[in-house]
Design a protein around this ligand. Structure first.
Ligand code: UD1
Length: 436
């Protein structure tokens, strides 16, 4: 067996890096927007296809840079990945490589999701350590300790996680804090372990429940998803799966804030209010009018919201992935709010850029004090990560005159055709080639 195949084509990344988004603020957003499939649900499900040998079909997959990066990782491992509209067909019959190289993993941390499936199915894995990200170290120690508990021999060599096993064994794994990535990775690994795995203090996020259901559709025996204790009874083999990716609750939340911040009126289709957790309650407390239907959400903006403090927390708390967007909203509320990120303590790279647009924000430790201002004024700004760039788009939608957002490849990682969707809702927004 060969270890790996190389080759990462960064041409596309470079081309995307040249784009910028230009927004002329002030338009109220009105109309219907269809929410795409969830990036954070699609990525682990794509990795889960490695647990079987066959042809898996995944529907409602968003067309995003992170999804094509995961497809690239799977191809390097020997899979055939065929995208067609929002459907992915993944054939894993020829998967026999076990290395996920640095060139790919460094562009997307979620590549580490192949670790659990590789060690479970092939008995070995060599996956680059993802390293830090724009806002902090983001360790993977829970993933590694958990695999060790399942009986794998895990070590770090030359920047790579190297894991080997003669056959995983079920075990009890207790997380210090709930981790989405570690819960997903270890749940996947445990499906093919011998015996029962009990995982305590696991992540409760809807994306974990969606992954468990997809795995059960492959023949796995997982119970307890959506509660703090997940049990996995190992099986000897899984078959190829078929599933539909749940709606993206973070994209939905971002459009809700777009409706509120512009004082518009939006209908979000294909989304689930029950997946939104504390997000909607927080916005309602600030004075928002939000009505939830079975698979739709209506948001009616009406003037300024109240400034309300917010602290991020694992699901069902307010998600850290919506912290930057909420800060853009609070920048134009009435009063002062304190925003605390308890999940990622340094996640504030959007603050200097929001300040360039006229926001009044001070950061101390993991806390930002936001004094609402009368108006924001357009300026050139730099996207520093995915959700930070969403916050800049939201601010640009209301800022006076023109806002130019550079490095929009960050936003292409997680928002499907954002400028097209926003334009259809009435925003004056376009994507143009920036000068390098
Ligand atoms: C996932 C999401 C990301 C979201 C985050 C928190 C994906 C692809 N990404 O990231 O968008 O912001 O959940 O909701 O779904 N931790 C450790 N050691 C570990 C793992 C995590 O200390 O081995 C800590 C982290 O530093 C953080 C907390 O646990 O403080 C939660 O992180 P985690 O849920 O693991 O985030 P990700 O899975 O990386």
């Amino acid at each position: 067996m060969e270890l790996s195949r190389s080759g990462t084509d960064t041409t596309e990344t470079r081309a995307l890096g040249m784009d910028k988004i230009v927004i002329r603020g002030g338009n109220k957003l009105e109309g219907m927007v269809r929410i795409s499939g969830s990036k954070n649900a699609a990525l682990p499900i794509m990795a889960a296809t490695l647990l079987s040998s066959g042809e898996s079909i995944i529907e409602n997959v968003p067309d995003l840079k992170d999804v094509s990066t995961m497809a690239h990782v799977l191809r390097i491992l020997g899979a055939q990945v065929r995208p067609e509209d929002n459907r992915l067909t993944i054939d894993t019959r020829a998967c026999r490589y076990w290395e996920a190289p640095y060139e790919l993993v460094r562009t997307m941390r979620a590549s580490v999701y192949v670790l659990g499936p590789l060690i479970a199915r092939l008995g070995r894995a060599r996956v680059s350590l993802p390293g830090g990200c724009a806002w902090g170290p983001r360790p993977v120690d829970f993933h590694l300790r958990g695999l060790t508990r399942l009986g794998a021999d895990v070590r770090i060599e030359h920047g790579y996680i190297v894991a080997e096993s003669q056959g995983l064994r079920g075990a009890e794994i207790v997380f210090e804090v709930p981790s989405v990535g570690a819960t997903a990775n270890l749940m996947m690994a445990a499906t093919l372990a011998k015996g029962k795995t009990v995982m305590r203090n696991v992540a409760l996020e809807p994306e974990i429940t969606a992954l468990a259901e997809y795995l059960n559709g492959m023949g796995a025996r997982i119970t307890g998803q959506g509660s703090p204790v997940i049990e996995v009874e190992g099986v000897s083999e899984l078959r190829a799966g078929k599933g539909v990716v749940i709606p993206d609750r973070i994209e939905a939340g971002t459009y809700i804030i777009a409706g509120l911040v512009t004082g518009g009126h939006l209908h979000l289709e294909n989304c689930s209010a029950s997946h939104m957790g504390g997000m909607i309650d927080q916005l309602v407390e600030a004075g928002a009018t939000i009505r939830a239907g079975e698979s739709s959400i209506e948001v009616q903006g009406s003037g300024r919201l109240r400034s309300v403090d917010m602290t991020t927390a694992p699901f069902p708390g307010f998600p850290t992935d919506m912290q930057a967007q909420y800060m853009a909203l609070m920048s134009l509320a009435s009063g002062t709010s304190v925003i605390t990120d308890e999940v990622f303590h340094d996640r504030f790279t959007h603050v200097p850029e929001l300040r360039r647009l006229g926001a009044d924000i001070e950061v101390e430790g993991n806390r930002a004090t936001v004094r609402a201002v009368d108006h924001l004024s357009g300026a050139p700004v730099m996207a520093s990560d995915l959700r930070a760039s969403a916050a800049l788009v939201l601010a640009g939608l209301v800022a006076e005159r023109q806002t130019e957002i550079l490095r929009v490849y960050h936003i292409d990682r997680g928002y499907e055709r954002i400028e097209v969707k926003l334009r259809l809702l009435g925003a004056d927004i376009e994507r143009v080639r920036a000068e390098m």
